[in-house]
Design a protein around this ligand. Structure first.
Ligand SMILES: NC(=O)C1=CN([C@@H]2O[C@H](COP(=O)(O)OP(=O)(O)OC[C@H]3O[C@@H](n4cnc5c(N)ncnc54)[C@H](OP(=O)(O)O)[C@@H]3O)[C@@H](O)[C@H]2O)[C@@H](O)CC1
Ligand SMILES: Nc1ncnc2c1ncn2[C@@H]1O[C@H](COP(=O)(O)OP(=O)(O)O)[C@@H](O)[C@H]1O
Ligand SMILES: [K+]
Length: 488
């Protein structure tokens, strides 16, 4: 099953479904025990618990309650805890009593020389940026990467919106985020602000969320094993045709780069056959002799899916080609220049019944949707996909792939070295090959994004890369993912 993410409303529904566990305080006891366990593990890993110094920043609600209860556990283990109460009169009473009983200190400011700071300012009840008091406390801390304390956020980094993942300014930037039961949208949408996310089991389940009352987009992500399992593997009876032939229309004789990258990615991503159609045929074949190339659509053999657009121009000829391809019942991925044409002629794709995958970056998305992506990327991509009844893959560090029902699969690249010219051409080649193999467009897009991100990571290992390096690492990335199956 894909990993499911919930918005704040759905989390509250899942908590309420536990009945007595919520009202009797069991959920909070489990949550705070989970936070304490993660912190104790971290302290032990870095030299032990006794005498270590931990600061706790406590807000006005239950998030602060979690932090205080966790502080009580730490104080009983000999950790020197100092809490700052941002709103003393509203601080969680039970948490405060437990913390005081365990010998925890309360002060007006955090002391110097802390090993770790617990961010218990706000969780799913938070709205907008950190308020001034909390902002001042965090502004005084040296960042963890410069030798300052590790920041462990309870549930969410405060100042990050649980539903949209908007990272307000200011917001806490966590090294570790400990959340409860089911991850929240923000743990994927704002992954870089969350650091490592630990999900503690407290006995709540996403299954208890029955209705999507606020009609908010549903967000999930594939596991590595799911990506590996969907990757096409030739069977004993397969031949080069039976696995799905992908056709690529990209680049030009003058600008062959996009053609080479997109076609090369298609060749690399799956077995079987790749066709190329366009004026860069000679350049493509000189790079990839296995590609069957033609100059025009009239000369091309059968394909099972098309990739059209990268570097393919936006003139009348491009429109004619798009009209011809989108008029078939074959799966079509439209990228780059193709999207510019589609933005002018939405009738080419709106409501198209054959699988249709549009892969815009933010600028192309704005042209298609007629408005900027805005801060709420999840809602924006789901809206366009449902409005046009096609699958839309919005590129970026967090790639979001929305299907026509508004369900979204997200992928955190885990790093940003892929933000390099031509990387998008590689993504379209991979996703197109998966479409030709018969994967539905949302799965094709999300699986391609995972492999693309892993390839960037493998190619880079901390140094800059170009799209050709990324392309060269696609095969090892697929192998790595498939290895997780035998390892599991
Ligand atoms: N229910 C349960 O059993 C369980 C709950 N759990 C935990 O409870 C958390 C949710 O607790 P919650 O509902 O009390 O809200 P929470 O996030 O603490 O915010 C509280 C108040 O903060 C304020 N505030 C708002 N924005 C702000 C800002 N930007 N900057 C500063 N302050 C701001 C605002 O109050 P105001 O000051 O406006 O009166 C708001 O009402 C959840 O994330 C999880 O950690 C777990 O233990 C599992 C079991
Ligand atoms: N900040 C980032 N972190 C990780 N991946 C990114 C980032 N920005 C872009 N990417 C990925 O790199 C690729 C860039 O695609 P695109 O913008 O179309 O570039 P191009 O048109 O030059 O090929 C996409 O796969 C996108 O998801
Ligand atoms: K928090």
């Amino acid at each position: 099953m894909p990993i499911r993410y919930l918005d704040a409303e759905a989390v509250r529904q899942a908590e309420a479904a536990t009945g007595d566990l919520l009202t009797g305080g069991t959920l909070m006891r489990r949550a705070s025990a989970g936070v304490a366990a993660v912190i104790l593990r971290e302290l032990r890993r870095t030299g032990g618990c006794y005498g270590r110094r931990v600061g706790i920043v406590v807000g006005a609600g239950d998030n602060g309650g979690d932090a205080l209860h966790a502080g009580a556990v730490l104080a009983r283990r000999g950790v020197a805890c100092t809490a700052v109460l941002l709103a003393p009169e509203k601080a969680h009473q039970g948490g405060l009593a437990a913390y005081r009983n365990a010998g925890g200190r309360i002060d007006d400011a955090l002391p110097e020389g802390l090993d770790l700071v617990i961010d218990g300012v706000v969780g799913i009840g938070g709205r907008g940026p950190l308020r001034q008091g909390a902002a001042a406390v965090f502004a005084r801390l040296t960042p963890a990467e410069s030798g300052g304390p590790l920041i462990v956020s309870v549930d969410l980094p405060s100042g990050v919106d649980a539903d949209t993942g908007v990272v307000h300014d200011p917001a806490v930037r966590a090294s570790i985020t400990v959340t409860f039961g089911v991850p929240r949208n923000a743990h994927l949408l704002a992954a870089p602000a969350c650091g490592r996310v630990e999900v503690v089991d407290i006995g709540i389940s996403a299954d208890a969320v029955t209705s999507n009352a606020d009609a908010a987009p549903r967000l999930s992500s594939l596991t590595d094993a799911e990506v590996a399992r969907c990757w096409p593997v030739p069977s004993p009876s397969d031949d080069k045709y039976s696995q799905g032939v992908v056709g690529v229309i990209a680049g030009s004789a003058r600008y062959p780069g996009a053609a080479i990258l997109a076609t090369g990615a298609a060749v690399t991503a799956t077995s079987g056959m790749t066709r190329y159609v366009g004026t860069a045929a000679d350049e493509v074949v000189s790079h990839y002799p296995e590609v069957v190339a033609a100059r025009t659509l009239d000369d091309v053999g059968r394909v099972q899916a098309w990739v059209v657009g990268p570097g393919a121009g936006t003139d009348d000829d491009a429109l004619t080609v798009l009209r011809a391809l989108l008029g078939t019942d074959l799966p079509v991925l439209v990228d780059a220049d193709g999207l510019t044409v589609v933005a002018e002629h939405p009738e080419l794709v709106v409501g198209r019944t054959a699988p249709t995958l549009l892969t815009p970056h933010a600028g192309e998305f704005a042209r298609l949707a007629g408005a900027e992506v805005g801060a709420d990327r999840l809602q924006a991509v789901a809206d366009l996909a449902t409005r046009w009844r096609v699958t839309v893959l919005l590129k970026g560090r967090i790639t979001l792939v929305a299907d026509p029902t508004g369900a979204v699969l997200g992928n955190d690249a885990g790093g940003s070295w892929a933000a390099t010219a031509g990387a998008g051409d590689v993504l379209s080649g991979i996703a197109g090959a998966l479409l030709a193999a018969g994967l539905p467009p949302q799965l094709a897009g999300a699986a391609a994004a995972r492999v693309h991100a892993h390839a960037a990571d493998l190619a880079s290992r901390g140094a800059p890369i170009g799209a050709s390096n990324l392309l060269g690492a696609v095969r090892p990335a697929i192998r790595d993912l498939r290895d997780t199956l035998s390892a599991g």
